[in-house]
Design a protein around this ligand. Structure first.
Ligand SMILES: Nc1ncnc2c1ncn2[C@@H]1O[C@H](COP(=O)(O)OP(=O)(O)O)[C@@H](O)[C@H]1O
Ligand SMILES: [Mg+2]
Length: 281
C-alpha cells in the first residue's frame, strides 16, 4: 500500500530505485512458545515518519527493540541500508522511551555531552582539551534546539516531565542517529505539553532529515505526526491458545503532508474511519 499512487505523487523527487533505509523480510519474533510478531514485511525509505499503533502487548516495543538491536529476530531478516542489522545498539539508531532515561546525577549539559563522550571513549580513555570543548559547544547548541538553554546547569530532578523528555531527545540526537525510535515518548505528559512536544519533534524531523518510528497509543497523535501510519494487530486468533499467533502490520497508510494540524477535519475523519474499521473487524 506504501507504493500506491498517492504516495508517489507526494514525493515525485524520490528515485524509485533508492534503497530502503530499513527492510523487514518475513520477520518473526518468538519467546519460547509465545509468538509476538509474525511475517512482517516492510520497506521504509529515508525520511519517513512511521507512527505505530496497536493494542497493549501486541509487540510494538518488541519491534523497536529489533531495530535498536537489543532483541534478535527468530526468523526472517531485518536489513539496515541493505545489511543485516548489527546485534549491538550503535549510533545509527537512537531511542527515547516513555520513562526518562536520563542520568539523575548529571546536569542537563553533562547528560547531553556524555552521549557523545561514550561514543568517543571507545577510542580514547577520556575526552579532554579541545575535543571536549567542541563536544560542549555541540551539546549546548542541541540543548538550545530542544528549548532547554535556560536549564543547562539543572539536574533532572529539577526539571518537569516535559523538560526531561526534551533532554532525552537531545541526548538521542547528539549521537546523530539515522533512525530515531520513539516508544510512547509523550504518553506520560499532560495534553497541553504534548502539543509543544509535537511541534518540537516535527521540526527536528524536518531539520535533520531523520527517519522516525514512533509508537503511540494516541491515534490522533499518530495521524498528526506521521507521514505513514501502521497498525499492529493479529490476523489470526486461537481462543484456546492466545500466544499461538503473533501480530503483524495490518494497516499501512501513507498520510498526506499538511495533516499536521490539530484541528484538521481530515485527521478526525481518518481517525473515525480507522476506529470504525477496527471495531467492525
Ligand atoms: N523478554 C521477554 N520474554 C518473554 N516475553 C516477552 C519479553 N518481552 C516481551 N514479551 C512479550 O511480548 C509481548 C509484546 O510485548 P511488547 O512489545 O512490550 O508490547 P507493546 O509494546 O505492544 O505493548 C507481550 O506479550 C510481552 O509479554
Ligand atoms: Mg510498549
Amino acid at each position: 500500500m506504501a507504493e500506491n499512487s498517492a504516495e508517489k505523487a507526494k514525493e515525485p523527487q524520490k528515485n524509485a530505485a533508492e534503497q530502503p533505509i530499513l527492510e523487514a523480510r518475513g520477520l518473526w519474533k518468538e519467546y519460547g512458545d509465545t509468538v509476538v510478531l509474525e511475517k512482517i514485511n516492510a520497506k521504509i525509505r529515508k525520511g519517513e515518519f512511521v507512527t505505530v499503533i496497536g493494542t497493549s502487548g501486541c509487540g510494538k516495543s518488541t519491534f523497536l527493540k529489533l531495530i535498536l538491536g537489543t532483541e534478535k529476530a527468530t526468523r526472517g531478516k531485518l536489513l539496515f541500508e541493505g545489511k543485516p542489522i548489527s546485534a549491538e545498539p550503535d549510533e545509527d539508531r537512537g531511542i527515547v522511551f516513555q520513562r526518562y532515561s536520563v542520568f539523575p546525577h548529571l546536569t542537563v549539559l553533562e547528560n547531553v555531552m556524555i552521549a557523545r563522550e561514550f561514543e568517543k571513549s571507545r577510542f580514547l580513555a577520556r575526552v579532554f582539551g579541545s575535543a571536549r570543548r567542541e563536544i560542549a559547544e555541540e551539546a549546548k547548541a542541541m540543548i538550545a534546539e530542544v528549548g532547554l538553554a535556560h536549564a543547562m546547569d539543572r539536574y533532572p530532578s529539577e526539571l518537569s516531565g516535559g523538560m526531561q523528555q526534551r533532554l532525552a531527545i537531545a541526548q538521542a540526537l547528539m549521537k546523530k542517529p539515522k533512525i530515531l525510535l520513539l516508544d510512547e515518548p509523550f504518553g506520560a505528559l499532560d495534553p497541553g505539553i504534548r502539543k509543544d512536544m509535537h511541534n518540537l519533534i516535527h521540526r527536528l524531523w524536518k531539520q535533520n532529515s531523520l527517519t522516525v518510528f514512533m509508537v503511540t497509543h494516541d491515534l490522533a497523535e499518530g495521524f498528526k505526526l506521521g507521514s505513514r501510519l501502521w497498525v499492529f494487530d493479529k490476523l489470526r486468533v486461537d481462543p484456546e491458545s492466545p500466544n499461538r499467533f503473533g501480530a503483524t502490520i495490518t494497516y499501512d497508510m501513507p498520510l498526506k503532508e499538511g495533516e499536521f494540524d490539530d484541528h484538521g477535519s481530515q485527521v478526525l475523519e481518518a481517525v473515525n474511519s480507522v476506529k470504525k474499521e477496527m471495531t467492525e473487524k
